[in-house]
Design a protein around this ligand. Structure first.
Ligand SMILES: *[C@@H]1O[C@H](CO)[C@@H](O)[C@H](O)[C@H]1NC(C)=O
Ligand SMILES: *[C@@H]1O[C@H](CO)[C@@H](O)[C@H](O)[C@H]1NC(C)=O
Ligand SMILES: *[C@@H]1O[C@H](CO)[C@@H](O)[C@H](O)[C@H]1NC(C)=O
Ligand SMILES: *[C@@H]1O[C@H](CO)[C@@H](O)[C@H](O)[C@H]1NC(C)=O
Ligand SMILES: *[C@@H]1O[C@H](CO)[C@@H](O)[C@H](O)[C@H]1NC(C)=O
Ligand SMILES: *[C@@H]1O[C@H](CO)[C@@H](O)[C@H](O)[C@H]1NC(C)=O
Length: 417
């Protein structure tokens, strides 16, 4: 067996599949990249930037200065590990913009794909400058048709072609204030969490994705107390329970009163109406997602980004992983899964192979299930979230732009039942 393994390695070296590099007395084996590189991509061998040296340029601001040593023009794919090509991008990925409005951050968060309609829903920025929403003004939930995107792209002829499809705004009831998170569909409905606005309470709500877009609020308080400003939501499909996060951004972005609860993660049981806390101890918990077998929960902590308090790079920009306790569904065994090198990891999605995607300061960053950064969808600007819109289509929200990346990966199913 050992001889056979040694022979296999020798054959692989001869075939050029493995580079052997000598470091002192040690020998390291590394896989080479598939050649040629996929289009619109740059490979950054971690060894190539492991040492910078005293006279070169270091980054000292993770919020405004991104890691792009080759100065490639965004958008492009930044590859740190060959598995980003073999498990995420595939051989012929592409990335293009599909909707654009430079004057309005219409595409901030709460991305939901409804397969029956082939539509992607999202919400505008709540509280940020280009969101035009604040203590006095609500944010806006909109949608685009992916069918329309496909015909616009075909009509444009070239690949990838930037197109600009129409965004349709949803006329929602006043109970929906400052939407920030979304998932589903849940029995065909959009699941939204709202941050609330002024004295309007934050809420967990179902929205009909078809006209008249009627709303049913499932929950808007914790035993009579308002939540701070709900941020993100996912359904744990095996149990049917809905998990959501409650950081303090409503207050920090000056559209909600001072927070009255810790920043924590809740579980709502739609069968009984019961609500309980499953995790706390965050600076600002934000995105939430489960691994493909739903035994692990991921929660992002966007501590660095503090609204009117500014940025503090010594706070978390961190994805934590937890086990889900089989009895209580409390998030246990908290450990650091990844620390984002640019901005903060915000919304989070998982593909069918267990790779973890999060919207960060420089675009979408992707880690394998071991928590190693394998690549980025480098946009050179902050993305809060993204959604798989059917196999091979990743729709990325970038505030004033929506991108479509065509890749090999598929998202896990987020629908219930
Ligand atoms: C950095 O610059 C200083 C001053 O010019 C020089 O003395 C030193 O050798 C340089 N270091 C490296 C690693 O190039
Ligand atoms: C960060 O780097 C910039 C550009 O090199 C420099 O002007 C600035 O003083 C640095 N700031 C800190 C806090 O080191
Ligand atoms: C990238 O741009 C910076 C700033 O313009 C420049 O100093 C640096 O040499 C460039 N790097 C490459 C690899 O072109
Ligand atoms: C990234 O954005 C900054 C600020 O807008 C700009 O100066 C820089 O050229 C951009 N870099 C790339 C690679 O697009
Ligand atoms: C509210 O939004 C409207 C248009 O969307 C804008 O004209 C108005 O200035 C906004 N009000 C505030 C207080 O931001
Ligand atoms: C919307 O209204 C229809 C018709 O009354 C109802 O069947 C459906 O449950 C409602 N959906 C939501 C999300 O409120």
């Amino acid at each position: 067996m050992a001889i056979r393994a040694t022979l296999a390695v020798a054959v692989a070296i001869l075939a050029g599949l493995i580079h052997v590099r000598s470091v002192s007395a040690e020998v390291e084996k590394r896989w080479t990249l598939p050649v040629p590189l996929p289009p619109q991509s740059v490979y950054l061998d971690p060894f190539s930037f492991a040492v910078i040296g005293e006279n070169d340029t270091f980054r000292n601001n993770s919020v405004t200065g991104y890691f792009n040593p080759t100065n490639a023009t965004a958008p492009f794919f930044q590859i740190f590990d060959p598995s980003f090509v073999t498990t995420v991008l595939g051989e012929s990925p592409s990335i293009q913009s599909i909707a654009y409005n430079p004057g309005f951050a219409f595409a901030h968060e709460a991305p939901i794909y409804v397969p029956e309609l082939d539509e992607v829903f999202f919400t505008s920025n709540d509280g940020g400058t280009l969101g035009y929403s604040n203590w006095y003004n609500n944010s806006v939930v909109g949608k685009i048709s992916m069918t329309e995107v496909e015909s616009a792209v075909s009509a444009a002829g070239t690949t990838p072609a930037n197109v600009n499809v129409q965004v349709t705004e949803l006329p929602l009831a006043d109970t929906i204030q400052m939407t920030n998170g979304g998932t589903g569909p849940y029995y065909g409905n959009l699941v939204l969490v709202t941050s609330g606005r002024a004295l309007f309470p934050p809420s967990l709500a179902l929205v009909n994705p078809n006209p008249p877009y009627n709303v049913t609020v499932l929950l808007d308080n914790y035993f009579g107390r308002q939540f701070n400003s709900l941020n993100d939501v996912k359904i744990h499909r095996q149990s049917g329970n809905i998990f959501f996060t409650d950081p303090t951004y409503g207050y920090l972005n000056q559209f909600r009163p001072a927070p009255g609860l810790p920043t924590q993660v809740y579980r709502y049981n739609p069968a009984t109406g019961a609500v309980k806390v499953v995790a706390d101890g965050f600076n600002k918990c934000n995105g939430v997602a489960f691994n493909p077998s739903e035994t692990v929960a991921y929660v992002t902590d966007t501590g660095v980004s503090g609204g009117f308090e500014g940025f503090d790079q010594t706070l978390p920009a961190t994805i934590y992983a937890f086990d889900i306790d089989p009895l209580t569904q409390a998030f246990t065994n908290r450990r650091v899964f990844a620390y984002a090198d640019a901005g903060v990891p915000d919304g989070i999605q998982v593909d069918s192979l267990g790779n973890v995607y999060s919207g960060c300061g420089d675009g979408i960053q992707v880690w394998n299930s071991e928590g190693t950064l394998i690549g980025k969808f480098f946009l050179n600007s902050t993305s809060a979230n993204m959604i798989f819109a059917g196999p091979g289509r990743l729709v990325i929200l970038d505030e004033t732009t929506i991108y479509l990346a065509r890749i090999q990966a598929q998202g896990i199913d987020l629908a219930y039942p």
